[in-house]
Design a protein around this ligand. Structure first.
Ligand code: HEC
Length: 221
């Protein structure tokens, strides 16, 4: 360590380069993104539901970022929707991209599964829908009532999951979470190719054709 100044300057340069490449340039690329015009801001209820999603750690098993055909053909075959673009996240603060996919990607789950009743049953007990599901149940988002009130939302359950003598009623937090899930829909077209940063240099037309082929193939098989 007989050249501390050189080492310090070297370290500062490396740090400056990394900050430039990972913070400044990407920040500049997306700093004034506008929505495509299709996407609406979250309502107050959806924002509360989004907070439940964060608090319950749904992000540890679910991503919100379908990838393009160029990145991986697999995503396109799963019906998770087109590859997301930065403009799809303008109202997401913080974004909930996620890195794990123990369960399916949820960026378009509202389009795929629009039913409130489905989500309530699934959240109360995923096994009531898929016997094999390893998603945790969230019974604490619900309460048991012998006599539900007129405005209570009673969860539909197969008989083996119904608690004896009680009805399962959704708490406000469950209703909020489902409202958030239903709002997840980015199936609108990407109008602005300039903001299609994910696929810069990649032919978007080609992508659509290829993904169509994959869909056709998997449909036939
Ligand atoms: C331990 C991992 C895990 C956690 C945590 C988890 N899930 Fe899941 N999730 C799964 C798996 C696996 C599936 C697929 C089987 C199923 O549908 O139950 C799934 C399926 C789903 C589906 C259906 C998606 C589709 O396209 O069929 C929704 C909606 C969902 N989860 C929402 C949530 C929400 C909301 C939370 C947080 C309250 C959550 N999940 C937490 C693993 C998880």
């Amino acid at each position: 360590m007989n050249r501390p100044v050189a080492i310090l300057i070297g370290a500062a340069l490396i740090l400056a380069f990394a900050t430039m490449a990972l913070v400044v340039i990407p920040g500049f690329q997306v700093h004034n993104l506008e929505t495509t015009g299709y996407l609406e801001d979250y309502t107050q209820q959806e924002l509360r539901g989004r907070q439940v999603y964060i608090n319950q750690g749904c992000i540890y098993c679910h991503s919100q970022q379908p990838r393009s055909f160029g990145q991986t053909p697999a995503d396109m075959t799963k019906g998770w929707g087109r590859a997301s673009t930065p403009a799809d996240y303008v109202y997401d603060k913080p974004h909930l991209l996620g890195t794990m996919r123990t369960g399916p990607d949820l960026l378009n789950v509202g389009a795929r599964l629009p039913s409130q009743a489905w989500h309530l049953t699934h959240l109360f007990q995923p096994r009531a829908i898929f016997e094999w599901s390893l998603m945790p149940a969230y019974p604490f988002l619900f309460e048991l009532k012998q006599q539900p009130a007129a405005d209570d939302l009673v969860v539909k359950l197969p008989s083996q999951f119904k608690p004896a003598g009680h009805q399962v009623v959704a708490k406000q937090s469950a209703l909020d979470l489902v409202a958030y899930l239903q709002s997840l829909d980015r199936t609108y077209p990407v109008a602005d190719k300039e903001h299609y940063l994910r696929d810069q240099g990649f032919d978007g037309q080609l992508e659509t054709e290829q993904s169509q082929e994959v869909k056709n193939e998997s449909g036939e098989g």
